[in-house]
Design a protein around this ligand. Sequence first.
Ligand SMILES: Nc1ncnc2c1ncn2[C@@H]1O[C@H](COP(=O)(O)OP(=O)(O)OP(=O)(O)O)[C@@H](O)[C@H]1O
Ligand SMILES: [Mg+2]
Length: 369
Amino acid sequence: MSDITKSEILNTLKKTEDTNLNKDFLILNSIKNFELKGKELSFEITVPLINKNSSNDLKEKFIRLIHEDFPSLKKIDIKIDEKVTAHQDKKKSAVLPGIKNTIAVASGKGGVGKSTIAVNLAVALSQDGATVGLIDADIYGPSIPLMLGLKDKPKVFQSQHSMKILPLSNYGVKVISIGVLVDDNAPVIWRGPMASGAVKQFMTDVDWGELDYLIFDLPPGTGDIQLTLVQTIPLTGAVIVTTPQEVSLIDARKALKMFSRVNVPVLGVIENMSYFIAPDTGKKYDIFGTGGGSKIAAELEVPFLGGLPIEPQIRIGGDNGVPIAFDSPGSVQSKIMAEISRNLSAQVNLRNINGGQSSDLEIILGDDE
Ligand SMILES: Nc1ncnc2c1ncn2[C@@H]1O[C@H](COP(=O)(O)OP(=O)(O)OP(=O)(O)O)[C@@H](O)[C@H]1O
Ligand SMILES: [Mg+2]
């Protein structure tokens, strides 16, 4: 029998039916320490972190498939290393050295649920095992402190070279917001440059440590302030939140234009308030119309990451400072949020691995023995 090669094994692994694993991640250089000794095979494989419970499942699936294709093997030992890939960007490393990926949550229109989505995305990513931070970049209308139940003032300490702010933390997410730095009811009347100055300080003066994702909840709109902000933040990409109806879609198009002007990739569209299921009758109502999010995603040629229904619990969770992604992980809306966050992390990881193209990288990287 001729020796089994790494690429043969790779082809076998690609037969895996696993909705969470994008097969584009299975590339030759993700297999390390490949060893075949007689009838014993061992190797390590790195896959992007998808779900902290997924690696055992995946290992079993891999072993089963290899046994099927190579019945002569007596022992198969696989170590799965799950990690979030990092966006390689000089500007980002200079400003935020410990942060692997930065994602803006934006919308053209106000009140479509950006902050709600940003908070629940952050919590959902953290529940899947990622390290996550959240910057409330809505200097004019900070709503993150309320939505995450943050009441304390952050501590300031002297680090090696300068004073640093320790971010607050709740539900596994590190957070900073102007809302926790200034008095509750003091109106924040700031001009544009001050807003981007504040966000700059949130990036440089806050002790973020190492994070897989740093999420920015942007103020609504596509004016000068937003444009300055998206130029100030070294972004891996942006997600655009929209409701299904036409007025929101018009503004979603504007948001996409704004990001393409500054060369920030749009990682996908999230539809919010997609539908409402009446709790008494179970009947579905399309309050703001239907299908707008997926339509605009197709039109703009960006992925559709999913749609979140209108659900009183989501609003209550926001007002009470306990996000639904944390409060009721088994609920339909939490499961939808988890799916959306996994779709987003898949997009981020895809871009980091092969620049957003789903080409077969092993052809280029081939280092098979
Ligand atoms: N899917 C949903 N179901 C029920 N209520 C929701 C949902 N999404 C958002 N809300 C509620 O709608 C209101 C507006 O949401 P949110 O503040 O997240 O919007 P926003 O886009 O961040 O607004 P702004 O443009 O002012 O920043 C909040 O009270 C929030 O709790
Ligand atoms: Mg908001």
